[in-house]
Write a protein that binds this ligand. Structure first.
Ligand code: ADP
Length: 401
């Protein structure tokens, strides 16, 4: 029996098929550029065959149908639709103020996902489409929704409310929600296993540094604060997002640059961060490193700002948690860049955080400890695996059904 994970995004659908018993990945892949010219499916099937072809897919529903055909195609695997799939786990971005855990999908859960469309207009609609497509293709197979925001539901009010009129929270639900919760939950749980200590006894700062970046303070398994806010724009500087910003800059842009809300949205989400500051025409850290190595001072400056922000949050969350046991680095940058890890932890000796340069350089995309013997705080690199976390949570819930 298998568990299927579907991550339906704004223009792509990713899927992973796990063996239900040992959570080994059996097949995985994605359909990308949905609704655009040059839609492609790339996959590794259950029979170990690599598939990569152009196709025509108009929407999420058709993409899920294509994935289901591939999974159940006799030449590629022997998965029987429905019969062999024990459950389907879906990544859903926003559960708003309504959902604080993963749930088995029913009519009321679908209504909640719909209610949150305005909070995540690019993500929740395709997430729901993915669920409804699976209901048609795999009738009777239980489906679970795992929300990006759910892990952060334990954040106390003092950390999730903004200094705005309270009515804006009460009536419009403007508050910090936090995102990337599935990743923060997975790496904090994995860090506890790695350290061979119960998660309930650990205070962890989890740094998810990918294209999107966020930091979470995890107190004995519970998120108590996180850097992304009402939307993923707040907090750390990211690939193309600006992160923390004085809101008055928005009025300045409106008045002095005559930008409208859509243009400002685009500027802050798509043209800022590493892309905007480094000015090398790319938000990919590897390109920025390359420019920096060639003496590009603008690229250096961007790296300095990027890592300073991480350090600032590590400091703030150390105090929010009242001391920490471990800092965890994860995602594309956190797992693969010793330099960013080093710069982010530089000068944190007073907080008990000291990196060992050799151990740090030796870890690239694998799990490991990188602190020095003198460091009071463990510094870990833990590759994230959101799909596996969704599979774990799906199976946990299916056992209860
Ligand atoms: P996403 O948020 O899209 O899932 P990822 O977690 O894959 O993103 O992270 C993408 C980022 O990771 C990019 O900025 C990329 O430059 C960076 N990255 C990937 N591999 C390396 C590497 N070897 N060294 C430095 N940065 C890397």
């Amino acid at each position: 029996m298998y568990v299927l994970i579907i991550n339906a995004g704004s223009s792509s659908v990713k899927f992973t098929l796990f063996d239900k018993d040992d959570l080994k990945m059996v097949a995985h892949g994605m359909v990308e550029r949905i609704g655009l010219k040059g839609t492609k499916i790339h996959a590794k099937t259950a029979a170990g065959k690599r598939v990569s072809k152009e196709t025509r897919v108009a929407d999420t529903r058709q993409a899920v149908e294509l994935i289901a055909d591939l999974l159940t195609d006799k030449n590629n695997s022997d998965v029987q639709p429905g019969a062999d799939i024990a459950g389907i786990g879906h990544r859903v971005v926003h559960g708003g103020d309504f959902i604080n855990r993963s749930v088995v999908v029913d009519v009321s859960v679908k209504q909640i996902i719909k209610k949150c469309f305005e909070l995540a207009p690019l993500h929740n609609p395709p997430n729901l489409e993915g669920i409804e497509a699976c209901e048609n293709i795999f009738p009777g197979v239980p489906q679970v929704a795992v929300f990006d925001t759910a892990f952060h539901k334990t954040i106390p009010q003092r950390a999730y409310l903004y200094g705005l009129p309270y009515a804006l929270y009460r009536e419009d639900k403007i508050r910090r929600y936090g995102f990337q919760g599935t990743s923060h939950q997975y790496v904090s749980r994995t860090a506890a296993n790695f350290l061979n200590k119960p998660l309930e006894k650990l205070k962890i700062i989890s740094c998810h540094l990918g294209n999107g970046c966020s930091i979470t303070a995890v107190d004995r398994g519970n998120s108590i604060d996180t850097s992304m806010g009402f939307t993923p724009l707040e907090g750390l500087m990211m690939g193309t997002r600006c992160g923390d910003l004085d809101p008055a800059i928005v009025f300045y842009l409106m008045e002095h640059k005559q930008l409208d809300p859509a243009q400002i949205n685009h500027l802050l989400n798509k043209q800022s961060g590493l892309l905007g500051l480094a000015g090398v025409g790319s938000s990919d850290l590897r390109d920025i490193f390359q420019a920096s190595e060639k003496g590009n001072r603008q690229a250096d400056r961007a790296l300095g700002i990027f890592t300073y922000r991480i350090k600032k949050y590590i400091g703030a969350y150390t105090f929010a948690l009242g001391g920490i046991d471990a800092v965890v680095f994860t995602a594309g940058i956190g797992e693969n860049s010793p330099l960013i890890r080093e710069l982010a932890c530089q000068g944190l000796k007073n907080l008990g955080i000291i990196i060992d340069p050799e151990k740090n350089a030796a870890i690239n995309g694998t799990c490991g400890e990188i602190q020095s013997d003198q460091s009071q705080v463990k510094v870990l690199v833990i590759p994230t695996d959101e799909e596996k976390e969704i599979a774990l949570q799906t199976l946990e819930l299916l056992h209860k059904v």
